[in-house]
Design a binder for this molecule. Structure first.
Ligand code: ATP
Ligand code: MG
Length: 409
């Protein structure tokens, strides 16, 4: 297929917006005789007038050839071999044009570098391809545009610019097949739709609904990484709404999903909506929060609900019940590889909660010097305001914090 090429005067991407390191990489590859394109989210964001998070380069040089061009370069990755070119304050990822995944098992038998599992999941692929093939193996049309350093033109094999103009996340190829190959793309579609304020094209929405359960079979570390991105993208509230709409939430957090979807589940989304909104608010205010705090909030009402049952059925005291509820849930969570340090901190935040109900001077001193105090307090405050409870205690703790701040100022 012939790509649509837009010459420099007819598009807004300027070299001034591209980082000096990315330009160095592009020019060095070009000077060594290779094709070098800026690719992926960098081009998308520049066209939308947004500041790209990072710049990725695509080239016809193999990883070994890339390494010969740059002294400051390291090859990484088992699943896909990529070159990382290191600069003082930036790493530029350089990937060799890649062929798409072979569509059927027959191609696989003569090919020892791509492996699919029985249900179509890509386990490894490392086949190099043409620029066109490289565009077609990418996830969404808006992520598959190239910026050519030779003549500063844009190269579009997939009608990505049309979809950018129409604010649409459209899967390249057959959505059902692409989500089956790599279900993490489901979460990526939701993240880009939320961050960019785009819609997900209808056949992709349908395929997400059909295949969301496949997320449960994904690598736990990739899931954790992607969930982190969803939570911290600044549009977590929108992410949550899309996850509910597309029946994805229950496949990321099955226990929570089952609790939410239970017949008495009405009204339970209120806490979750507020949680995601709060996470966005902290982010917008530039407040650095511990990675455990968003999880503590998201799981909070569910943990409290389980704890209430344990208090009733097993006669556990409040703090112990909260600790047990948190640990039970976290043990079920090994499908998402939340680091141990984070799960430990979630449990500490939860078990600290009953102590906020004791408003004695002795308790204040002990609590405020605890290393988890701030995170536990932020949870307490959030829960008090969201559930409309413990107003007097919250007030009391706010006053204590203020007077301490005055003392230490
Ligand atoms: P971000 O702003 O989060 O960096 P991005 O689009 O650059 O967004 P990356 O994860 O940096 O996303 O990936 C770079 C590019 O690689 C994407 O734009 C897309 O073209 C391609 N890509 C990444 N992950 C996948 C995937 N799972 N399937 C297909 N293509 C992918
Ligand atoms: Mg990127």
């Amino acid at each position: 297929m012939e790509p649509q090429i837009t010459a420099r005067p007819d598009h807004p991407v300027s070299r001034k917006q591209i980082s000096a390191s990315a330009l160095k990489v592009l020019y060095a590859l070009k000077d060594a005789g290779y094709t070098a394109y800026l690719a992926g989210g960098g081009v998308r964001d520049l066209l939308l007038g947004r500041t790209p998070k990072d710049f990725d380069v695509a080239t016809n040089a193999t990883p070994e050839e890339v390494r010969k061009v740059f002294r400051n370069c390291r090859l990484i990755g088992r699943r896909f071999r990529l070159a990382h070119v290191f600069f003082r304050d930036e790493i530029i990822e350089v990937s060799t044009f890649r062929a798409p995944t072979p569509p059927d098992d027959e191609t696989l038998q003569n090919d020892n570098s791509t492996f699919l599992s029985k249900d179509g999941l890509v386990l490894r692929d490392n086949l190099f391809g043409t620029p066109e093939e490289d565009a077609l193996r990418r996830d969404f049309t808006v992520n598959a545009l190239f910026y050519n350093i030779t003549d500063y033109s844009l190269i579009d094999y997939v009608n990505g610019r049309r979809d950018l103009d129409n604010r649409l996340i459209r899967v390249i190829g057959n959505p059902e097949q692409r989500f089956t190959e790599d279900p993490v793309r489901i979460l990526r579609a939701i993240r880009f739709a939320a961050i960019l304020g785009f819609s997900i094209e209808p056949s992709a929405r349908e395929a997400i609904r059909q295949h969301a359960a496949r997320l449960e079979g994904c690598s736990s570390s990739r899931l954790y990484e992607e969930i982190q991105k969803l939570i911290s993208c600044g549009k977590a509230e929108k992410v949550f709404a899309l996850c509910c709409e597309l029946n994805v939430f229950e496949h990321i957090f099955p226990e929570l999903g089952a609790w939410l979807n239970a017949p008495d589940g009405e009204g339970k989304t209120h806490w979750l909506e507020k949680s995601f909104k709060q996470i966005d608010r902290w982010r917008a205010a530039g407040i650095q929060i511990d990675p455990a705090l968003p999880f503590a909030l998201i799981f909070g009402e569910y943990h409290e609900w389980v704890a209430a049952q344990l208090m009733r059925d097993e006669k556990l005291p409040h703090a112990e019940a909260l600790q047990e509820a948190t640990h039970r849930h976290i043990r079920q969570l090994d499908r998402i590889r939340i680091p141990k340090s984070v799960t430990h901190h979630i449990a500490e935040i939860m078990t600290g909660q009953p102590r906020f109900l004791k408003t004695t001077p002795k308790n204040v001193h002990r609590m405020m010097n605890h290393r988890c105090f701030l995170d536990a307090f932020l949870y307490f405050k959030f829960a008090a305001l969201t559930a409309g409870r413990h107003a007097a205690e919250l007030d009391w703790w706010e006053t204590q914090r203020k007077s301490r701040q005055r003392l230490t100022a």
